[in-house]
Design a protein around this ligand. Structure first.
Ligand SMILES: NC(=O)c1ccc[n+]([C@@H]2O[C@H](COP(=O)([O-])OP(=O)(O)OC[C@H]3O[C@@H](n4cnc5c(N)ncnc54)[C@H](OP(=O)(O)O)[C@@H]3O)[C@@H](O)[C@H]2O)c1
Length: 176
């Protein structure tokens, strides 16, 4: 099997906000469904704050939690103390899960540090500009291109309209 690809799965406002006070500043059920579909059966890498924000290990996926705290424990999750260890554990789990992808699910600190490793970014762009204290990093247009965009009106239980957008790294030949 080839090396699994590293995908990012994120919902962000038009102002790049992804969180406020350790929660997402909107309720968009359509995004939660998409999150489930994109992460199902895969190893997921997340920061300790994101794990605590979710509040539990999500079923049908393996959770790898990154923290600097050597005493940190969470039942059902793999705890690691560096991003290198997180990616190594995720690769190992991808083999046993027969998954060809590893999902990085945030938050801001983790997205920023792993951006150079990402093979694909799945963004749910929430059409709102909420206040927040966690941001998704800027994507350098010289490095990343928008591959697809699909606009959606707010469905039932969605606070806002949104778009599903995918970014991929520009082919190395295109990078100046
Ligand atoms: N909208 C979305 O799609 C989405 C997705 C995920 C999260 N969020 C939001 O984002 C916010 C959380 O993001 P955040 O940036 O504040 O936190 P985070 O990235 O979830 O977690 C940060 C924590 O991860 C650990 N960490 C980070 N880099 C590390 C490294 N290199 N080695 C070891 N440990 C490391 C540290 O834990 P210790 O402090 O324990 O050492 C750090 O405090 C919340 O508001 C959440 O709701 C939104």
């Amino acid at each position: 099997m080839n090396e699994p690809e590293i995908i990012f799965v994120v919902a962000m406002g038009e102002n790049r906000v992804i969180g406020r006070d350790n929660v997402m500043p909107w309720h968009v059920r359509s995004d939660l469904k998409r999150f489930k579909a994109l992460t199902w059966g895969k190893p997921m890498i997340m920061g300790r704050k994101t794990f605590e924000s979710i509040g539990r290990v999500l079923p049908g996926r393996e959770s790898i939690v990154v923290t600097t705290d050597p005493a940190y424990r969470a039942e059902g999750a793999y705890i690691v103390h560096s991003l290198e260890a997180a990616v190594e554990k995720a690769r190992e789990l991808a083999v046993s899960l027969h998954s060809d992808e590893i999902a990085v699910i945030g938050g801001g600190e983790i997205f920023r540090q792993l951006l150079a490793e990402a093979d694909r970014i799945h963004v749910t762009e929430i059409h709102a500009r909420p206040d927040g204290d966690a941001l998704f990093p800027e994507l350098d247009p010289g490095q990343w291109m928008e591959e697809s965009r699909e606009a959606h009106e707010a469905a039932e239980k969605d606070d806002h309209a949104f778009s599903f957008v995918q970014y991929v790294p520009k082919a190395s030949a295109d990078v100046t």
